[in-house]
Design a binder for this molecule. Sequence first.
Ligand SMILES: Nc1nc2c(ncn2[C@@H]2O[C@H](COP(=O)(O)OP(=O)(O)OP(=O)(O)O)[C@@H](O)[C@H]2O)c(=O)[nH]1
Length: 388
Amino acid sequence: MTQTATGKLAPPASHAEPAHDLAAENRALRARMAYLLEQAERNHSIMTRHQAFDLDIVGASNFPELVGTIFRVLPVISELDNVTLTLIDEDADIRTVMAKLDVVFADYPDLLFVETADELGLDLGRRNAYSPTPKPLLGMYDKQRHAVSFPNAPAGLQSVALVPLLRNKRIIGSLNLGSCDPTRFTPSLGTDFIEHMASIIAICLENVISNEMLKYIGLTDSLTGVYNRRYIDRRLLEEIARARRQQYPISFMYLDIDHFKRVNDTVGHGGGDEVLREVASRIKNELRTSDALARFGGEEFVALLINANLESAAFVAERIRASVAGSLITLSPSLQLSVTVSIGVATLDLAAEGEGADIARELVARADGLLYHAKESGRNRVVSVRAA
Ligand SMILES: Nc1nc2c(ncn2[C@@H]2O[C@H](COP(=O)(O)OP(=O)(O)OP(=O)(O)O)[C@@H](O)[C@H]2O)c(=O)[nH]1
């Protein structure tokens, strides 16, 4: 026993203190263990959710499905307050093709496009082929600095991560993650997990975009950029089925450039191609975005007009005729020529019975027959009713 300064006897240090220490240590260890277990469970649950997410995005068969999944699922499984995706689209090719394939960009306000990698807000320096792979940029949210990456930032956004999307060392965009927790993305945080996630997203994006491009190429006419026959054949069947179900009118136009052989003979095949492009563009300008224009081959075009009866389709056809004939087509400063079109217009008979394919064939044949009449009766005209 030792005597204390107060004169009382203290318990032997070798017995009482270790017991107290052990109990405290035990409690601390238990608490630590509980914390680690909780972390392990949380990590496990995050991993499981992310694995399911990876499978979802790998399985996405088109662009809307992929970006839709990213915007819907990622904020939930990663507990984020804002997720945006910026894609580099230098010549607006991605936007053009997606719009052609009916992607409605207004449905994805957090899908952003920039023209160059410099606009992504990443710390890229002056990059060349040997530059190291760019790293995610983590830190506090700054309204001004992050305006491009988070145009619709929710109130209270505190920390952000801008993660480059890379394919074969090429930057194709960035995945932008935002949190209202200021400690969520700090510069010292490890980035392996988000880099891995971004690499899967980048692969999926590249695959889906190239598939959509291929789809687009398969459905368009490479000379004029309008749809091709394969597309219109399929679309016609879909639209006929819908119009018959919902009982609204659709009309079909068959258009043919007059004396195109002469055009080719006068200005050569290259000049003829240029005329085809210009005529396609003039026709398209008179149609609504819901209508479909296709080149059927040679100097023939067809247009499918949704929600248009015979009268309004004939009115649009007359506008097209006037637009083509109304001004000369300029091939070079010294070479201009006058071109006209003949148009046959037919409308779907909603009372007709029978298979969709037969109805489609009959509609096209009727428009073709009326076009023949337009040619016979002098060209540069619209015929929508068979003369008695
Ligand atoms: N430049 C160019 N010419 C084409 C293309 N496809 C078809 N043609 C030409 O289009 C011309 C079509 O001629 P025709 O079918 O005789 O008809 P047309 O001269 O337009 O006479 P009408 O239709 O009776 O007014 C032919 O000379 C074809 O060679 C193409 O892709 N580019």
